[in-house]
Design a protein around this ligand. Sequence first.
Ligand code: ME8
Length: 650
Amino acid sequence: MSCEKAYITTPIYYVNDIAHIGHAYTTIIADTLARYSRMSGLETFFLTGTDEHGQKIEEAAKSRGKTTQTYADEISATFKDLWDDFDISYDKFIRTTDADHMKGVQKAFSTMHKNGDIYKDTYKGHYCISCETFFPSIQLVDDEFCPECGKSTTVVEEESYFFRLSDYQDKLLQYYEDHPDFILPRSKRNEVIRFVEGGLTDLSITRTSFDWGVKLPEEMNDPKHVMYVWLDALMNYVTALGYGTDDANMDLWPARVQLIGKDILRFHAIYWPAFLISLDLPLPKHIAAHGWWTRDGEKMSKSKGNVVNPREVADAYGLDNFRYFMLREVPFGGDGDFSQKALIDRINSDLGNDLGNLLNRLIGMSGKYFEGSVDSVNVAKYYQAELDEVHASLDKLEPLLFEMQIHKYLEELWRPLTVANKAIDMYQPWTLMKEGREEEAMALNGLIAAILAKVSVMLYPVMPAVCTKISNALHFSIDNDSWNALVKERKLLEPFVLEKIDPLFPRIEAPLLEQMEPVDKKPEPKASKKEEGKKETKEEGIALIGIDQFFQTSLKVGTVVQAEEVPKSKKLLLLQVDVGEDAPRQVVAGIKEWYSANDMMNTQVCVVANLKPAKLMGLKSEGMLLAAKDENGLCMIRPEKPKTAGTTIG
Ligand code: ME8
């Protein structure tokens, strides 16, 4: 690898709203790159954070009746908490309200001013608060609306400092030409070049009409101005390293990859490099812009109520599965659509059938024939061709990752799994054993284990928890040593006895999140008033139903055969309930405030037995208990006399 340091950044997210799948996507890609960089021995620094100044935030706080700082603190914490819960391996979480960041921004302003790149004038034009962007009249839609988000713009006429962006047009074009992979993917580079060739106008970089922002440096002696939020925000990438204060980590600059969504490419590929050149700082190696996530084919928006909450998806489907899905499903730079169906397909097929099943096959083979032991000593003797094919794929991976072809990285990483699954089908360990070719059968075991080990090392940056489970079962740890040995030096595993582990990817038969049904489902046509009267009678606001509708619900008597508390949950108990089937059902019940696990043991309950399974705090729940709750608390509904478990209620 050409560079020994890897500084990786995400955009800093606005605190006007909580994180959604788009934010999670950027952050998970960055986390993947950071994890790979660390594993491959690079000095890695991974930055994320929140963007807290500007008119948009000030207005969001006002509309919620909070001070801007309190509001920013609260929302910033929700981002940080989410990344912590997602085990995002960031090294620093920056906030643009941090004192040293603000100092660094002032330093940058002073330096640009000294370098002759800043002058004072009057700004006349239109400002979109939502995009925090100025637009010349010719770019507006119907002379008023923002060309980016379609919202109404505000007419602004105010004194402003300007950055001489127009002076940078030729320098930037030259830079793009000399560094063809500065902007990734290449298709996006062409867009930027066309925009810059169209002509750059100087950029208004201060505002006077509000004051939630960084003040100008004291020597400017102009206290009514605050910095334009994008100048403030972009500088975070260097102030996080100490720019303008102690320069402590500035040796990490320039960044190896700066990840962004395509919506903010112009700021990162035009303004940001121009600011850096003005400050005499080198430019980042790559600005990598990914595409846009939609939900079931539609743009996500709060008003449609179809915003995908990453925490909810990860809780229901597993964090690593969610990570894999997002990175595998969409070619980097392209737009992606989130649907539960697509996610389930990836989990059942790629993860369950190809990866999970291979581990099960190895557990089966080594258990049945060799009491779990795996020895690689004769792998090369019998299966050199397979090893060569596997290594040829592994060799292609690293460049794909840093060219941001992550979906191809994963596609290529699946080839060794195909080699392994095919080898089992072709050489048939059961036949080898029948024919007394034990050495070959053990070597096949060794081959499969080696492939699983190599794949889990390279998959680790995408699926850290799952790959750690695999490596534990195979008795090795994923780190720089094993990366070197297994991937670079093509070594095999030391002999070991395989641990049996639970299936990694239990098959998912139906969507796990009910409330996430496609939003484009047409609502039932409304019956006319007259028809309504015929169909149903309303009593005290409760719709009456027919007896057949009632019988669609399967209610059964259940006996609680096991009860325990759900760790870290104030409300939930985890129950195993016998409802007369082969095995008890697992039910997660929100009753802990009123019943202890002990209270519930060996009692009878009424169970709704045909609810779609749901997940609560990551635990599958296959039923619901009937209970009644009023102002005095909650009580379970139980049969008056003991009844056989599974007895139908109705
Ligand atoms: O733009 N699909 O912050 P922001 C994919 N503060 N990615 C999405 C997405 C979607 N539907 N929605 C958002 C800002 N993103 C500025 C950045 S950086 C110096 C300042 C992701 O909270 C994507 O990475 O609006 C996008 O660039 C970022 O969130 C914008 O986040």
